[in-house]
Design a binder for this molecule. Structure first.
Ligand SMILES: [Zn+2]
Length: 608
């Protein structure tokens, strides 16, 4: 075990021994167990029927102890000291770690793009760490960091509306607004994503125009009227491909392969869209047609094509003479947007008058059927869910942040003194992140730097993702099947609404998600991301809110036990170090800020 004095020596805040509230033992009968499995005898209301639709109410103190960021921080620090974060290196075809000309191991990078093929295109790369665990089938959890390559300028802050009296209504909603100028249109695509001015970082809830009306509306396909796409290509060109010839000239060999239209993201002025008003929803239907498009048929791989560079998939067929037609009917919840219109009633016509652009994605699709029509081959997709964004002009407007999502980053020095080893000249400095910034008290977005996308860390564990993934049952050390992530709760009536989970409902049985609105927009951490940050010399400040003394003492005991089994876990993980594709895909999807429909898409279209 690492001693507390060693934390001090390394300049890490020492875990505090006593809080300001006295000894928690004074409160008799309160269960302060931090073991989520043991709820026996706890106060609070626990229905005997824990089936779907029931809900568990823990007492305030119990819940506080369980959910404390402090316990995540404490575990994360311990993981860091134990060296549990194992960097993922590039492997060659024989499974050996690749080394560069200096003999240094080459870190594995996954290069991808956000908003590919639009003016908003952004290069990102992912680097990862592996953590051993007994709670996941792969015996590993993965932390991936999204690094922004040449991040774009997103705009300039002109005012921060942080006076709690003047903006009491915003405060009551948990929203902090800033006014921006020269705002990059890419911001509209970054809902739920984090942006930074180099010091302050926060999660975006809304982007509004200069009249405080929504900068975008997001509609989802009606479950009964899924979107579909039909692509026509010259038949003779397909027939002459090696792939078709190798399959006995059978055109149906293409069914199940991947169709990929290069204009993946479509963003254009509003034209023939039909707006229809309803009571609680309004609908917009789109028919998109285009000719002379680049289109490819690709061989299905283990990873879904939307995540990897599409160029890495084996091409069966390529043409630049494809035409396509896409049809979709999208519905928008009025409830989400009515508040921005005050007493005026929001109708489809009001929105139609305000917006000027539509944006949607044509994801690579699985080919459902092929049909010969004259000298053309018509390729039809499986019906899919998607979303349609309506955009308005937000070049001067407002950005709304979740007020519980603020962090501040600074060099880890105290009164100008830097206590870390300086290392070789030019080596990276230690930074400190304060995750408990109250934007109504502390100054935020004051650096006068331009806004940029933030580098983010995401993890595959359920504590971070608030999702549980179904994986094939495996056999544990003792011959019994292991119960993976089963101790995490199943979704109940308290989960997100039906409309929110439109996409995820399709993957029910593969992913159970209980991520709610508030959590999705907070600064998410888990013990793994905390340890990964420390490994990269980003020191997460010890959270001020920490559990009762009693709970912390029990926690320290449990932590000691946990850490003693880590080496055991590592042995197990070596034997089963295969990366579970589903875990990787889900983690990357979060890192790419894919919406639920897109996440559902990548999970469903991934063969594992
Ligand atoms: Zn984690």
């Amino acid at each position: 075990m690492v001693l507390f004095s060693e934390y001090k020596a390394a300049g890490i805040d020492m875990p505090r021994k006593q809080n300001g509230f006295g000894n928690s033992k004074a409160f008799k009968g309160i269960n302060t167990s931090i073991n989520k499995g043991k709820v026996k005898g706890a106060a609070g209301s626990y229905p005997s029927n824990r089936g779907y639709g029931s809900s568990v109410s823990r007492t305030v103190i119990e819940k506080y102890d369980l959910d404390s960021d402090w316990t995540r921080w404490r575990r994360g620090v311990e993981y860091y000291y134990q060296g549990s974060a194992e960097t993922i290196y590039e492997l060659d075809s024989t499974g050996k770690v690749v080394v560069d000309s200096n003999g240094d191991k080459v870190v594995a990078e996954i290069v991808s793009k956000l908003y590919q093929d639009t003016p908003d295109e952004m290069d990102v790369k992912f680097t990862g760490y592996r953590f051993p665990t007994l709670n996941s089938d792969s015996r590993n959890h993965y932390v991936y960091k999204r690094n922004n390559v040449n991040p774009p300028n997103l705009g300039t802050v002109t005012s921060v509306q942080s006076d709690p009296l003047t903006y009491s209504e915003n405060k009551a909603r948990g929203e902090l607004w800033i006014q921006t100028t020269n705002t990059n249109s890419i911001l509209k695509r970054m809902l739920s994503d984090r942006i930074t001015d180099g010091e302050t970082e926060a999660t975006i809830l809304f982007v509004l125009d200069s009249q405080k009306r929504p900068g975008y509306y997001v509609g989802k396909t009606d479950v009964n009227k899924l979107a579909s796409i039909t692509v026509s290509v010259p038949l003779a060109d397909v027939m002459s491909t090696t792939y078709i010839q190798e399959h006995g000239n059978n055109i149906h060999a293409l069914v199940g392969q991947v169709g990929y239209l290069n204009s993946f993201f479509v963003q254009r002025a509003i034209s023939t869209e039909v707006f229809t008003d309803g009571n609680y929803f309004f609908n917009v239907s789109v028919t998109e047609q285009d000719t002379n498009q680049d289109f490819e048929i690709l061989e299905k791989s283990d990873l879904p094509p939307s995540l990897y560079d599409i160029a890495s998939l084996t091409k069966i067929f390529t043409t630049s003479a494809a035409s396509y037609e896409l049809e979709g009917d999208y519905k928008y919840s009025k409830e989400e947007y009515q508040r921005f219109f005050g007493k005026a009633y929001l109708t489809a016509q009001v929105v139609e008058a305000q917006v000027n652009e539509v944006a949607f994605t044509v994801m690579p699709f699985t080919i459902n059927s092929v049909l010969v029509v004259g000298n053309q081959l018509e390729i039809t997709s499986i019906p899919f869910e998607s979303e349609l964004q309506l955009h308005s002009d937000t070049s001067n407007g407002y950005v709304v942040f979740a007020d519980n999502s603020f962090t501040k980053k600074e060099i880890d020095s105290y009164n100008g003194n830097y206590y870390h080893d300086l290392g070789a000249p030019g080596s990276a400095q230690w930074y400190r992140i304060d995750s408990e910034v109250d934007p109504w008290m502390d100054e935020v977005f004051t650096s006068s730097n331009a806004l940029q996308p933030a580098d983010i860390y995401c993890c595959s564990c359920p504590d971070f993702s608030h999702a549980m993934m179904r994986m094939p049952e495996s056999t544990g050390e003792n011959g019994k099947s292991t119960n993976k992530q089963a101790r995490y709760p199943l979704p109940t009536v308290m989960s997100r609404s039906d409309f929110d989970s439109l996409g995820m409902s399709q993957v029910a049985g593969m992913v159970n998600s209980w991520e709610d609105y508030k959590y999705r927009h907070s600064f998410k951490i888990c013990k793994h991301t905390v340890a990964a940050m420390f490994t990269e010399q980003l020191k997460l400040k010890e959270p001020n809110a920490y559990p009762t003394v009693d709970a912390r003492l029990k926690f320290e005991e449990k932590l000691k036990e946990d850490m003693e089994t880590v080496s055991e876990k590592e042995r197990a993980s070596l034997r089963r170090s295969n990366l579970t594709t589903l875990e990787l895909v889900y983690t990357l999807a979060q890192g790419l800020n894919l919406d639920e429909v897109e996440t559902a898409y990548v999970v469903l279209n991934n063969s594992y």
